[in-house]
Design a protein around this ligand. Structure first.
Ligand code: PEP
Length: 251
């Protein structure tokens, strides 16, 4: 049985006060140290890592960041290294989110370097890949996601996916309210697992593949019922305790 994970991506949202309410509601809802079928995590803006670590201490909820530098240290103003995140107790870090790729020009090569930096520091990368609407309509979904996955596997090796999480996030479904159907998600997840299996069957079998893109309490159960959908990466709905808890319960 594969590990299941529901990870929240707060994006650039939050305040100390709002976070406190949200985190306390999540801890109350999931129980201190309680066992769940799915693991649960929140990926938050850097300044809130300390608050999240303190508030979630002793709970079953893990935490992480949304980005990291590909460099270990040095004259990189504004950047945050994997070692710094590890020192804060982060378990996860999102790598290659489509907003980073599109708005900040992160190439496949840079995403691969960030992925390697995360692993080198003992962090579990949540690697995001996904096609644009234009690519889907042109019938290029598989070619796009295969190339994005290949960029990592070609440099890090298939074995590098053993301590990683893959998130399929169609760009057209992120923050748009338009979700991939459960069947569309399953089709791409099965394709990705199959691609990886060509290199290493046991790594492919064990890899959690999350779906992300307008997941809500109302559509989570159908998505998570698919055999290759092992949980979700949740943006907007992770900011509402009730919604996020219901999504975790669905997993
Ligand atoms: C995301 O930010 O990764 C995401 C999937 O966002 P949303 O759930 O809001 O579509």
């Amino acid at each position: 049985m594969r590990a299941r994970l529901v990870a929240g991506n707060w994006k650039m949202h939050g305040s100390r006060q709002a976070n406190a309410g949200l985190l306390d509601a999540l801890v109350a809802g999931l129980g201190k140290g309680g066992a769940q079928a799915a693991r649960c995590a929140v990926c938050v803006p850097f300044p809130y890592l300390e608050q999240v670590a303190a508030r979630l201490a002793g709970s079953s909820i893990a935490w992480g960041a949304q980005n990291l530098s590909e460099h270990a240290a040095g004259a990189y103003t504004g950047e945050v290294s994997g070692a710094m995140l590890a020192e804060f107790g982060c378990r996860y870090v999102i790598v290659g989110h489509s907003e980073r790729r599109q708005l900040f020009g992160e190439s496949d090569a840079r995403v691969a370097a960030k992925f390697a930096a995360a692993r080198a520091n003992g962090l579990t990368p949540i690697l995001c890949i996904g096609e644009t609407l234009e690519a889907r309509e042109a019938g290029r979904t598989e070619a796009v996601v295969a190339a994005q996955l290949e960029a990592i596997v070609a440099t890090a090796g298939a074995e590098a996916m053993r301590n990683a999480v893959l998130a399929y996030e169609p760009v057209w479904a992120i923050g748009t309210g338009r979700t991939a159907s459960a069947e569309q998600a399953q089709e791409v997840h099965a394709f990705l697992r199959g691609r990886l299996a060509q290199r290493d069957a046991s790594v492919a079998q064990a890899l959690p593949i999350l779906y992300g893109g307008s997941v809500k309490a109302a559509n989570a159960a159908a998505l998570f019922a698919m055999p290759d959908v092992d949980g979700g990466l949740i943006g907007g709905a992770s900011l509402v305790a009730e919604e996020f808890l219901a999504i975790v319960a669905a997993a």
